[in-house]
Design a protein around this ligand. Sequence first.
Ligand code: THG
Length: 372
Amino acid sequence: MRPHLSISRRTRRTPFSSRVEAAGASGYTVYNHTLLATSFRGIEVDYWHLCENVQVWDVSCEKQVTLMGPGANQLAQYMTPRDLTDTKVGRCYYLPMCDEKGKMMNDAVAIKVNDRHWRLSVADSDVLLWAKGLAVGFGLDVEVREPDIFPLAVQGPKAEELMCRVFGDEIKQLGFFAIAPFIYNGQRMKVARSGMSKQTGYEVFVNDANIGTQLWDELFAKGQDLDVRAGCPNLIERIESGLLSFGSDMDHETSPFEIGLEKYVNLDANIDSLSLPALRAYTPSKKLIGLVLEYHRSLNDLDVFVGNKKVGVISSQAYSPKYMRRLAFFMCDLEALNGATEVEVNTAQGRATGTLASLPFNFEALGLTACR
Ligand code: THG
């Protein structure tokens, strides 16, 4: 018998869990102590559907750590090396969150609700505990909470059409990473143009569980002709898009410089950020690099070699049916790599050669074209 996941109150359900089950979720993971589906009809079938249609995802596991009070701005700035000085209400900000050693605590999508209120939509680590510790330790006048807000993502090329049918044509005004309030069934809810895919997508921050399930049902009723399906962040699409996953591609020992997040680190900013002194002094010796493998072979292990020398370990990988290659991210020891452009991995059929690629993947530059 295959092992199964024992679900209890500790593995929190969400307002949408019964809908996700009824839609045929075939796999789950636990993310921020909460259920997150990983597949429905199988990740390849789910993948093609996401690339061509529209899906509704229960991403309630993206917990909303809320900082409220006069010290909210100061606490938010302590937690990230990205300069928040000129941040605006109505925009989302992707933030590396780093500790005093300059190591990743989380990568979050943040919104500034107002000058005394930040909301961090967090990846899979206990940001609530860290934020509470910092608030008390620094004596900040700020309340740190995790309110009942349940993000629901609508992703795929037909997402805009479906969202317009439910929320009205004003949805079209939302630019990438913009967020604005919309009224649904008399309830004000924030909607952002964001999500864990590079397809068009939105996230609705559902703040009322009952209205949320009505919203779920209405998305399916109004999207029937668009072939709307329940879905979830898709491993294949995530890797093709070069989106990182906390816990897989980074952990509490990783520097933002090692995973391509340097563009969100403002080394020269005159700000009070816990991690900046350490980050200013740090020179990375590792880097997350893309890997393209010729054949549809499964890997025996995650080690990456140049000859007999191990140069790194794969952190995420999937077969891309669109480019007909296995794609991976691997954490590479730059000194061991010593400028090599080809590496080897162990597959079920023996050693296979892989080509290095910068992230995010540039398929055109790699000479790869989509098969459909
Ligand atoms: N949506 C929301 N919260 C989240 C996620 C989400 N929290 C956890 C996790 N996902 C955080 N990880 C990411 C990673 C990348 C992006 C979003 C969340 C992303 N990046 C864009 C890019 O890389 O091109 C844009 C970054 C930018 O322009 O600032 O979208 O999915 N609410």
